[in-house]
Ligand binder design. Sequence first.
Ligand code: SF4
Ligand code: SF4
Length: 141
Amino acid sequence: MVRILLRFSEKLVEQPITAQIILEHKVPINIITAHVNSKGGEVLAEIPDAALEKMVKAFRQKGVKITLPKLIEVDSEKCFSCGACVALCPVDAITFDEDFSVNFNKEKCLGSTCSACVDACPARAVKSVKQNNSELTGNMH
Ligand code: SF4
Ligand code: SF4
């Protein structure tokens, strides 16, 4: 599965685009988080690897912006193992190893739709980093 970030404009957010695309292409999409209001929406979704290209194209044809979500990076030099990030992570994507170094699980992280650990770190040891979107570039138009 590949996690992608779908951005819906104010105009698009009123339309059942995701449901239409799922029905049309018969590809199951796993919605991880959704922040939607009348001004627009941001949805973190998981797409099966084999259907990625087809689904990216389908969403872009409808005007939905797609990127890979930003991930987080922990600077072990700055981290002093206070545990604030570990305590706040809603999906246990940050844990302590036995030696109290911070362990980050990319597969679980909600990326830029969350960023709780970035804001919580008193040492500014956690930062949000862009992923290389080249995996999606072939589908841009
Ligand atoms: S961004 Fe959110 S989900 Fe990801 S590691 Fe930080 S707190 Fe956890
Ligand atoms: S909040 Fe910052 S200093 Fe504290 S454990 Fe997490 S990365 Fe380390």
